[in-house]
Design a protein around this ligand. Structure first.
Ligand code: ZN
Length: 658
């Protein structure tokens, strides 16, 4: 049976998206909506159905395939049960399935089923949560929303909560303490209007009570102080696997309050937020605060585990104890995740939780958080943790690299390949148009890229490139120093300008990038990997190509010096030596093709074939072949390799490394 074809589903999708569009109602993946309808079972009999959002699906972008259909009469039979634990409930729901989809129905499926109305919605609206997170939530809800709205004390979602809410089916709606709102109606439009109306009433009630706080005018942190802070934080948080950081200046509304720590102590606005924001956020003012703050948050998380581990389901292991949210006065909020998308989600959810806590404090003077045991039960709740199950094993995920010369040729192929393996790639080049094209290719494939127009021969440009990269993702794991330029001519014919230009781009730029990247990697303290794209010419120079070949030989020597000097801080440096790559390369423009063809006594149109034919394998070298070697050098698979030269030239005996 196809959920999309059921009566009312199109309307349900529309209503879901309308709710999801407002991030003060639900955060990413939170909230759920349902309808009761009819549809055929596997024997073609028309039966009553509940169609409900699947667990973890984002309401904002929901499609019909984000919903699950279950047999309503089967679901209702559960009302006869006295008790049902999470495992029983999960098994029971699996037996009630009317479709053959693989998505799991929402944890709150029974709650929706037990309410008799055709349309049921459940959101974690900021304003509703704020009403229930003060000192006397029941009285507050009554005076804000009236006696027709029922109040239910906090309990974790599941069978018992579903029964308790069903007992209030005669009310206008139900407010769940530390959790959210449940509304229902006989038509979709009325259900949507009711949610919006109740949230508006809650908001007005809060606004009338909010104490106006004088905004503190804190100076913004200096850019280089922020860079040092991010590198230190990422280094500390990446000890057990790398993290990507996301900085959001909008967090200053909370981070710059003099009671920022009190706001954090108010805990999650709703149970739903805790899954992403975790229990122990930190406040840091400078890079020097980071180590003690993270140590103490991790200690608190371990102690929480020790206090309550006996009550966790058998086989539960301690979760990652690293904090994922930091507030920094003068900067805002920093969130950590496995990649940029995950870090942004954490940041968005934390923004809602902090906004609610600040509202509660300003409206009621103090907040009352979920108690320690309830927090633990949520953090270690198998049904919620299932939403976080890792889905990918791409080897460069959580890594950040800079690639120079990324607008075309090898640099572009390397950038695209690294992004496809999950890396976050800062793209540098002089060619802004080509740069935008590479960035668009990576974004279209769902990858993370940042284009920074850069003249690699200029110290200021290199400085900005590294700084912007750290600001975007919190740190850096290495660089691919690739930008190069072809300078032709016999030594006697070369001008000083031509000679200097080749050295500036083919040697000095690598030095400038290396120097700046090494300083960042040292501050971060978790090592790194540098890859230098040199050339087959470094070992096997060609006639009338001296300025290039000499500069490339110097690049190889630079890499070896870096390997010697930076090994003790875990930074590796390796060289990849390609031979002529034609595909998409701009190196051959401006006469190089004709010049090299003349040097080898072949027709310019035959040059690619000539290079392929002279290699031991008789093959042409492609950008993707070079990218493969680069990805290997950057990854932990080559963790014992430094000061090494890999040839990607199809086999050229005269260019064997020595
Ligand atoms: Zn909920």
């Amino acid at each position: 049976m196809n959920v999309e074809s059921l009566a009312g589903v199109a309307e349900l999708v529309g209503r879901s998206r309308a709710l999801g569009d407002d991030n003060t109602l639900v955060v990413h993946g939170g909230g759920n909506t349902s309808i009761k309808t009819v549809g055929p079972d596997h024997l073609g009999r028309q039966r009553p159905l509940l169609v409900i959002k699947a667990s973890g699906v984002d309401l904002r972008t929901a499609e019909a395939d984000g919903f699950v259909a279950l047999f309503l009469d089967d679901l209702l039979a559960a009302r006869e049960h006295r008790a049902m634990d999470d495992d029983d409930m999960t098994r029971f729901l699996a037996h009630c399935r009317a479709d053959l989809g693989t998505r799991r129905p929402s944890i709150e499926t029974l709650l929706h089923a037990f309410l008799p109305s055709a349309h049921v919605d459940h959101v974690h609206a900021d304003a509703i949560c704020a009403l229930t997170n003060g000192l006397d939530p029941e009285a507050t809800v009554r005076s804000a929303l009236g006696r027709d709205v029922a109040f239910v004390r906090y309990r974790r979602p599941g069978f018992d909560l579903a029964k308790e809410v069903a007992a209030h089916g005669g009310a206008e709606a139900v407010v769940l303490e530390h959790h959210g709102l449940v509304t229902w109606a006989e038509t979709s439009d009325v259900a949507l209007a009711r949610t919006r109306d109740l949230v508006l009433r809650a908001r007005l009630y809060l606004e009338q009570r909010m104490q106006k706080r004088p905004m503190r005018e804190l100076p913004s942190l200096e850019p280089y102080e922020v860079e040092r802070l991010l590198l230190t934080l990422r280094g500390r948080l990446s000890a057990d696997g790398r993290r990507i950081l996301h900085v959001d200046a909008s967090g200053r509304a909370v981070s710059d309050r003099d009671d920022a720590a009190v706001v954090l102590e108010a805990g999650p606005a709703t149970a739903d937020h805790l899954l992403r924001t975790r229990a122990f956020p930190i406040v840091v003012r400078t890079a020097d605060d980071i180590l003690p703050a993270v140590d103490s948050a991790e200690r608190a998380a371990r102690e929480q585990w020790e206090r309550h581990r006996d009550s966790a389901p058998a086989g539960t292991r301690m979760r990652d104890v690293r904090p994922v949210v930091a507030l920094v006065p003068g900067l805002g909020r920093i969130a950590a995740g496995a990649d940029e998308k995950a870090a942004r989600v954490v940041s968005e959810v934390a923004a809602r939780t902090h906004a609610v806590a600040a509202t509660v404090i300003d409206a009621f003077g103090a907040a009352r958080a979920l108690d320690d045991k309830d927090v633990f039960d949520l953090e270690y709740w198998p049904l919620e943790l299932a939403k976080l199950a890792a889905n990918s094993e791409r080897d460069l995920e959580t890594r950040v690299f800079i690639v120079t010369g990324a607008a075309s040729g090898i640099g572009r192929d390397v950038s695209v390949a690294l992004a496809a393996r999950g890396a976050h790639v800062a793209l540098a080049d002089l060619d802004a148009v080509g740069l935008a094209r590479t960035e668009a290719v990576i974004h279209a494939a769902g990858g993370a890229a940042l284009a920074v127009r850069t003249d690699v021969t200029k110290t200021d440009d290199i400085d900005r490139l590294v700084h912007d990269t750290v600001m975007r993702w919190g740190g850096l794991d290495g660089a691919v120093s690739n930008a190069g330029v072809a300078v032709m001519g016999r030594i006697e014919a070369l001008s000083l300008d031509e000679w200097s230009k080749s050295l500036a781009v083919n040697t000095t730029s690598h030095f400038l990038l290396t120097k700046r990247v090494l300083a960042a990697l040292r501050a971060q303290g978790i090592g790194g990997s540098l890859v230098y794209i040199a050339s087959k010419n470094a070992f096997s120079p060609g006639e009338a190509f001296g300025a290039y070949s000499i500069a490339k030989a110097a690049e190889v020597q630079l890499a070896r010096i870096v390997a010697i000097e930076a090994g003790r801080v875990g930074v590796r440096a390796n060289v990849v030596n390609p031979d002529a790559v034609f595909e998409g390369s701009r190196l051959w423009e401006g006469g190089l093709r004709e010049e090299r063809a003349a040097a080898h006594h072949v027709d310019p149109g035959e040059l690619e074939k000539f290079y392929a034919a002279r290699s031991l394998l008789g093959v042409a070298v492609r950008g993707s072949d070079v990218a493969e070697a680069v990805a290997f050098c950057l990854s932990d698979r080559s963790s014992r390799m430094t000061g090494c030269v890999l040839t990607v030239d199809g086999g050229v005996a005269s260019a064997f490394p020595r």
